[in-house]
Design a protein around this ligand. Structure first.
Ligand code: BGC
Length: 351
């Protein structure tokens, strides 16, 4: 593990880069936003490739309100309709940042916070954040931690939350992956398998789910058998047209509370295979539809569909949708959520 000063953010705070290592894996994270800055994994020739999109500077991550590259998103990932939630009979107003709606908890996201480094070792680091009562509009003083840990198989991200009043706890990691290496072009030829027999259709371009949980059968959303991400992405099908590609929540098949398989993705050129597992019930599969000429790391310029996100989460707008499992964190109950991004190339066995 190495730690170095990265620079200062817009508030003049000094921020660090922490690099974790284990076997041929290397992850760099920062106390600014508990963000994942790079993730290097071996390809089929045992050459390390950085498989996440990102930026070079702390200032870019601090101002990252559009792409959320690598960000730890909280308290609530994804959208809340009309920027309001009702908890224990009381309505709390959040800050709208996408029309009337609240995306990724509004303009004061956790990616702008300086987290405390609570514990660190060669292969793991735990960041802690205190999010006071009415932070972003939510009730409850919330203590949360995010742990990044490299293992023999890849990267595990564990979140804990503890609040002194009932609140919302729905964090995610917003990394964009390109398994051929960041900055290497389109991801449309990656093969994806999604362990989801249903998804939550969106009502319109604002991307709030209708509340229906619909079967993927016979639709472009069917990734039960692996297929190329790009196979049906341009189909003239309403759901894809509304979002300009994939930008939908899928309901993960599995047993609630278990670390269930979510997805398996293969980089077509690198031979890198990523398997995602999570204890969360949903995953937002997003094909970077809205990215245009975005200046990234090491001189890369990213375009639409040059990365994909698998944001594990409670379903979007679940606090206002009775058919969706609630992301309510009960007062004084310590909750642990976990997502793992595991890598097995041809050179290192099968999952
Ligand atoms: C959303 C996208 C949004 C992206 C970046 C994703 O979680 O679903 O619509 O463009 O985050 O904010």
């Amino acid at each position: 593990m190495t730690t170095k000063v990265w620079g200062t953010d817009d508030l003049g705070r000094s921020v660090e880069l922490v690099t974790l290592q284990h076997n041929l894996f290397e992850a760099t994270v920062s106390d600014l936003g508990a963000v994942l800055v790079s993730l290097k994994v071996p390809d089929k020739g045992n050459r390390q490739r950085d498989v996440v999109l990102g930026y070079d500077t702390a200032a870019q991550y601090f101002n990252n309100y559009e792409t959320y590259f690598g960000a730890t998103v909280g308290r609530n990932a994804n959208r809340i309709e009309n920027s309001q939630v009702t908890i224990d009979g009381k309505t709390y107003l959040l800050e709208a940042n996408e029309g009337q709606n609240c995306l990724h908890s509004g303009p004061n996201g956790y990616h702008t916070r300086r987290w405390e480094v609570k514990e660190k070792s060669a292969s793991a680091v735990t960041f802690a954040l205190f999010s006071p009562r009415l932070d972003q509009g939510f009730p409850g003083n919330l203590e949360l931690t995010v742990t990044y840990k490299l293992t023999d198989e890849g990267l595990e991200i564990t979140y804990t939350g503890l609040s002194d009043a009932d609140t919302v706890f729905n964090p995610t990691n917003h990394s964009y992956f390109n398994l051929n290496g960041q900055g290497s072009g389109t991801i449309t030829h990656h093969r994806l398998q999604l362990n989801a027999s249903s998804f939550t259709p969106i009502a319109d371009e604002k991307s709030i789910p209708t509340g229906e949980i619909r079967s993927v059968k016979g639709t472009p959303m069917d990734f039960i058998q692996p297929k190329e991400i790009g196979e049906a992405i341009n189909d003239p099908w309403e759901q894809l047209q509304l979002a300009k590609g994939y930008d939908h929540n899928f309901a993960i098949d599995g047993v609630r509370g278990h670390l269930n398989p979510v997805a398996r993705v293969e980089g077509d050129e690198s031979g890198i295979v990523m398997t995602v597992l999570s204890t969360l019930p949903g995953v937002q599969f997003y094909t970077a539809n809205f990215i245009q000429d975005e200046k990234g790391k090491d001189g890369a310029i990213y375009h639409s569909r040059e990365g994909f996100c698998l944001e594990t989460q409670y379903f979007p707008n679940a606090m206002n949708t009775s058919a969706f499992e609630s992301p309510l964190l009960e007062k004084d109950v310590l909750t642990t959520l976990k997502t793992a991004y595991l890598f097995k190339g041809e050179s290192h066995g099968n999952v």
